[in-house]
Design a protein around this ligand. Structure first.
Ligand code: SER
Length: 611
């Protein structure tokens, strides 16, 4: 059965609604108050506290469709199925149903609702290790459903254990995880590629099999060096919208499904190159531009740090691949049309077309233009380099012009210069590993170290948000926020540029509220009531009918509280525990868009700088 991704979303939602699940709104791609990961990488991210035992306001049965980015997959993009931006369809049981219902229901969704042919579906279960027993219960359930033994495979922790940090040994203290059972779709027309091993099997990487859904049975938590049981047995299911679409279309190439076809066609039109002749590059361009569009939409700008660095890499790789297929970067192609095709693909789900085009296109164009210029300069410099200096200089070229390895090698060959590829690659990989460690969804030195400080900054962010309203009036709107253990960052739009005096005033208000040692409490109330009392919502999130609202000061008569905000928490109990705050940096990041950095005041030698 073929259907568009829009129809698939609808079916998925109706299915879980019919099983009494409540929709939890997706969170932004840049986790708002979570400094432990750069990007939202799975649907369960917002539910970590609930999987660990906190009550969720919407109950025990939940579902959603969550936009995600896995930056660690950037280098994989180019094959038939990898992408950096994807959407995960998820359902959860917080201590309610468990394996039997989950496996039966997901199977029924695939075979009855989506009508995928049963004989093309394989399942995997956890086969057991010294520490963790095999999941025989799931085997029995699958057999009862009618799956023959030959389509049930057993794997170990590498593939059938899931936590945000991977295998149990890598999990930080307090992190939840569990054994999994996955479902795979077989593209029967695609022959096995022996490059990936002698025998093909569901988890083989040759592309004949595709994982389309992962049921995680979250019943453990890391504690010291071992695993302990969670207070409840939870289900955390995630299935890639893109991959299920591939199965539905029986289309082994993700870039030819209805999720990418419009984007790919537009790239063909704009560049004048055919997908069939330039598959790898066009796949990279379409994925990376799409991911960039989503990131810029959430106010990320290219930089050398964190999310901004990932965006810069994506755009440079886009530029490089445009160059590679013969596009002259000094006459920038019509990127606007490609961006438009991304926005059109997602209908009205994520974008406000006119506004977003205006915000997104200039950022992309600027970065690609810059790269085009760096490329011309880099080529001139390479011409001057003597062969014996090549390897050392090559690394310098990569660092200073951002020219990727592949491109440098190509230029060397064109110039008939020989380079010791191995030596260069060694240096290159060392550098890349360093940047990957700081940019992939890694866990910083244990969640616990950073937690206390980030909770303070989270409450301080609410104070800042309200203080900006006090000073600048109702015309402002929160556009994003981000917290690390060193500082908070707050993005907002305002009709006119705030003056230095405005920021000083906001800072004074925040510190006044800290001094007053106001109580911070939350209430779970209907959305309408929350709007009525004037609670501030973050417009990029859609909220469920029942919401959690955090109140700072006067919780007994919420309308009088100083700050009221839709928020999942956590927060400090009293504002007095936050040290005195300073706004130490202010910048304009787009038209009518501003960014504030603030932190607790310490004696700092360099003072602060407004620009
Ligand atoms: N958290 C699991 C995953 O990301 C299932 O939702 O695969």
């Amino acid at each position: 059965m073929s259907m568009t991704h829009l129809q698939l979303r609808k079916l998925f939602s109706e299915y879980w609604e019919s099983k009494d699940h409540k929709l939890i709104p997706a969170i932004p791609l840049i986790p708002k108050d979570d400094p432990t990961t750069l990007f939202t990488g799975s649907g369960m991210q917002q539910l970590v506290p609930n999987l660990l035992g906190d009550i969720h306001p919407l109950g025990k049965r939940l579902y959603n469709i969550q936009r995600c980015i896995r930056a660690q997959d950037i280098e994989e993009v180019g094959d038939n199925r990898h992408d950096t931006f994807f959407e995960m369809m998820g359902n959860w049981s917080l201590g309610d149903y468990f394996k039997r219902e989950q496996l039966n229901w997901f199977w029924a969704f695939l075979t009855r609702e989506l009508k995928l042919p049963e004989e093309k579906l394989y399942v995997s279960v956890f086969g057991g290790t010294k520490e963790i027993p095999a999941d025989e219960e799931s085997v029995e359930i699958w057999k009862k459903i009618g799956i023959p033994e030959k389509r049930i495979v057993r794997y170990n922790t590498k593939t059938n254990w899931w936590s945000r940090a991977g295998a149990p040994d890598n999990m930080p203290d307090g992190e939840p995880g569990g054994r999994t059972s996955e479902v795979f779709f077989e593209f029967i027309d695609r022959p096995h590629d022996p490059m990936f091993g002698k025998i093909c099997h569901p988890n083989c990487d040759c592309g004949r099999f595709l994982e389309i859904g992962n049921s995680v049975f979250m019943e453990y938590k890391k504690h010291q060096s071992g695993l302990v049981e969670l207070p409840a047995k939870n289900v955390d299911f995630g299935g890639g919208l893109e991959r299920i679409t591939m199965a539905l279309e029986n289309q082994n190439d993700l870039f030819l499904t209805n999720i990418f076809s419009k984007i790919v066609r537009t790239i063909e039109k704009v560049t004048g190159k055919k997908y069939s002749g330039y598959q790898k590059s066009i796949r990279i361009i379409s994925d990376h531009l799409k991911t960039s569009v989503f990131l810029i939409r959430e106010t990320v700008t290219p930089s050398n740090k964190e999310q901004g660095y990932v965006l810069r890499r994506l755009l440079r790789k886009t530029a490089f691949n445009l160059h590679k297929i013969g596009v002259n970067l000094n006459q920038t192609p019509s990127l606007e049309e490609i961006v438009e095709s991304v926005i059109d693909t997602y209908g009205n789900i994520y974008f406000d077309k006119e506004r977003d085009l205006k915000q997104i296109v200039p950022v992309i164009k600027d970065e690609i233009d810059k790269f085009g210029r760096a490329l011309s300069r880099g080529i001139k410099e390479i011409e001057k380099i003597t062969e014996k200096d090549l390897e050392n200089k090559a690394f310098y070229l990569y660092q200073s012009y951002g020219l990727p390895l592949e491109l440098l090698e190509e230029i060397f060959v064109n110039l008939k210069k020989k380079v010791n590829k191995e030596k260069f690659r060694e240096e290159f990989n060392r550098h890349r590993k360093l940047s990957r460690d700081s940019s992939s969804g890694k866990f910083k030195g244990g969640l616990a170290d950073v937690k206390e400080q980030t909770i303070k900054y989270h409450t301080a962010t609410h104070l800042l948000h309200q203080a900006l309203f006090d000073v600048l009036g109702d015309g402002i709107r929160q556009e994003g926020s981000n917290i690390t253990s060193d500082r908070l960052r707050f993005d907002f739009s305002a009709p006119k540029k705030p003056e230095k005096a405005d920021l000083e005033k906001a800072e004074r208000i925040i510190n006044q509220k800290i001094k007053e040692d106001l109580a911070v409490k939350f209430k779970i109330i209907p959305k309408q009531e929350a709007f009525k009392i004037g609670a501030r919502a973050f417009f990029k999130e859609r909220y469920p009918d029942l919401v959690k609202v955090y109140l700072i000061g006067s919780a007994n008569s919420p309308q009088d509280a100083y700050s009221k905000e839709f928020c999942g928490g956590p927060h400090v109990k009293n504002t007095g525990v936050i040290g005195s705050m300073e706004i130490y940096k202010f910048e304009k990041i787009g038209s009518n868009l501003y960014r504030i950095y603030a932190r607790e005041k310490l004696p700092r030698p360099n003072g602060r700088g407004f620009n």
